[in-house]
Write a protein that binds this ligand. Structure first.
Ligand code: HEC
Ligand code: HEC
Length: 355
């Protein structure tokens, strides 16, 4: 009777086992000169470097000889190693092994942490921050989600569509480049950026993510990148949030540029949390903040959604800005078409070089 279910359970268990036994490569197996970050998954090494650079407000060449990252020619790189050991010891000895202190705790975007607080810049008394209402005073998670779904047009309207094609521009450093996005339910997505002489792709095929550009072999995303791309690919995100996250709890209300927002924090076992900000008045999702894990601290990615417009009865954000510690871009959509047929092959990673 329950054979099919049993089989599925067995398969899932085997999958888990595989995930546990198939050890991912460590940093020291992939790179040449790893001392402090031994045991780190190889795909977290460069994200850890991004974290350090943002924490100190410096470029890679502050510590590295360009193109020869393994060399220890710069004193700053040696100091950084000592700092890694110090930070690990601080957390071990003073915070029960929890990663409470990171490079950013002291450095705050500067090479030289300030040890002395600043004097007042004005003779007006510093205003005590207005007491914020406690999370329990606002709507609960289910109410926030319900309001979001109805702000978008309601569950029935959302489910009327199973694919969407968007055209617009990606804006980086003030210049516009044409971009097309193809999305298909339940979770396939590809964006194609049309540069003057080449195209670049960011895709999620329903299972994993890949990146590519004309004339080069495509690259499979790391598990963390893939997970983020998978979240972006959720076609019915508003309806699926309770399934995606094991727990969704309300956070403290916050404001974004003076706009009052309700917040939800989504958690899944063993992964960093995702924060969602909903405009209190309209109920629409205005911001998502997610984190990439590294051994030294978390790299945040923030996506701000704006310019919601109704297309065939469902609201779609026509603009969003994705910001990281080391980069930022905005996508402005001009045209949205629902239920355009899109072949599954469109999302598949090419075997060899991207044409
Ligand atoms: C503040 C100093 C500092 C900055 C800034 C920094 N790194 Fe590093 N990097 C290190 C240290 C220290 C190591 C060695 C870590 C260890 O011993 O485990 C390292 C190791 C590496 C390695 C491994 C090289 C090898 O083969 O052994 C790579 C690759 C790397 N960094 C890339 C980068 C990139 C890319 C950036 C800029 C985004 C960057 N780093 C910024 C300090 C820095
Ligand atoms: C507990 C506070 C603290 C933490 C945590 C911390 N640092 Fe530092 N760091 C300092 C102080 C203080 C200095 C000396 C500042 C100066 O030279 O003015 C310093 C200096 C440095 C320098 C030398 C800067 C230069 O211009 O020569 C590097 C590189 C550095 N830290 C990297 C890191 C990295 C990477 C981490 C995280 C793994 C980290 N630090 C964590 C406090 C800290």
């Amino acid at each position: 009777m329950h054979r099919a279910q049993l089989l599925l359970t067995t398969i899932l268990a085997a999958g888990l086992l595989n995930a546990q036994t198939a050890e991912p490569k460590t940093a020291e197996q992939t790179f040449k000169n790893i001392i402090q970050l031994k045991g780190t998954p190889a795909d977290q090494l460069v994200p850890a470097m991004t974290f350090i650079s943002a924490s100190l407000g410096v470029e890679c060449t502050f510590c590295h000889v360009e193109g020869k990252m393994d060399l220890d020619d710069k004193q700053t790189k040696k100091t950084a190693r000592e700092m890694m050991a110090m930070t690990a010891a601080l957390n071990k000895n003073s915070f029960g092994g929890r990663r409470e202190v990171t490079c950013y705790s002291c450095h705050h975007g500067s090479e030289h942490p300030a040890g002395t607080p600043p004097v007042l810049e004005s003779d007006m008394p510093a205003h005590a921050e207005a007491a914020k209402p406690a999370a329990s005073e606002g709507p609960n998670a289910a109410e926030i989600l319900e309001k979001y779904v109805s702000a978008l047009g309601g569950e029935d309207a959302i489910k009327k569509f199973s694919s969407r094609v968007e055209k617009g521009v990606i804006v980086v450093g003030g210049s516009d480049t044409p971009i097309e996005l193809f999305m298909k339910a339940p979770n396939k997505r590809i964006s194609v950026t049309h540069m003057p002489k080449s195209e670049s792709y960011t895709a999620f095929d329903g299972t994993s993510g890949w990146l590519g550009s004309t004339g080069r072999p495509p690259r499979t995303m790391s598990p963390a990148e893939s997970e983020a791309a998978g979240l972006d690919a959720e076609f019915y995100l508003a309806l699926r949030l309770p399934q995606i996250f094991q727990q969704l709890r309300t956070g403290r209300p916050e404001s974004i540029n003076g706009i009052e927002c309700q917040t939800l924090i989504g958690t899944r076992p063993g992964r960093p949390p995702v924060r969602l900000y909903f405009e209190a008045k309209s109920g629409l999702l205005l911001r998502q903040v997610r984190y990439g894990e590294t051994p030294l601290g978390r790299n945040p990615t923030q996506i701000d959604y704006a310019d919601y417009r109704a297309v065939d009865g469902v609201k779609v954000p026509f603009r969003w800005t994705l910001s990281r510690t080391n980069g930022r871009f905005t996508i402005q959509i001009a045209e949205v078409k629902n239920n355009v047929p899109v072949e599954d092959e469109k999302f598949a990673k090419p075997d060899s070089e991207v044409k």
